[in-house]
Design a protein around this ligand. Sequence first.
Ligand code: HEM
Length: 239
Amino acid sequence: MESLIIHEKIKKSRLPARLDLIQSGTGLILGLFMWVHMMLVGSIVLGKGVFNFVAKTMELSFLSSTGHGYPAAVFFAVLVIFTLFIIHAGLGMRKFPISWKQHAIFRNQMGMMKHEDTNLWYIQVVTAFIMFFLGSVHLYVMLTNPGQINAELSAARFITHNMWPLYLVLLFAVELHGTIGLYRLAMKWGWFDKLEWFNQEDRGGARKYLKVLKNRLTIFFLALGLLAWLVFTVIGIRL
Ligand code: HEM
């Protein structure tokens, strides 16, 4: 009798679907945030003056008559992103292979299926694991130094505070995870499936076209990120 009642209860739960929706929602926001973040950080490529202007604008300096910024604005932005980051990571852990046996089974299936989207999922798991640690360090540093963002101080974090290896690994992890994540969301929720545009000329349908777009965006953001990484490193060495 009890087992019938318990089975009844489990069957009806909509919780997993709701958690998937929250994970997709936080993933969408974080993915789009990372594209904006990379453009803002990438402004260092255009020179220290441009980067400092962007950093001050992010501190809402245009709201003050003296032009000084409000580090509290960056503090709250980091707090929101850090909270979304933790929620997304916590929900993402539900999908991780939790034992070596599960991991081995998944790797075997990957080897047999040779299915690109399944391989992409594995990259998601590995990059997510890396970001648990490296992303948290970066976010904590930003949370506790919201007013310490300009070309020299950022470059000092790269070299004097030895963040250059962390940023290099995190750059690859976040750009792969973010762009694959947005592609998988578009596939999972079918956002573009009904758009006739994707089936016209030789676009080959939404999945094929979005995969090409995903690869191009990954290359673009990695190239911009590596260039910014290089510029920060050179400025930091010269400090
Ligand atoms: C609101 C939250 C965030 C702020 C304010 C922020 C700010 C910054 C700033 C100012 C830099 C330049 C280096 C420095 O000053 O130390 C930077 C670099 C970087 N950030 Fe963030 N960040 C945020 C969130 C994130 C998140 C969530 C990730 C990934 C999980 C991330 C990944 C990176 C990477 C990889 C770099 C190095 C970029 C490069 O070398 O080209 N950031 N961030």
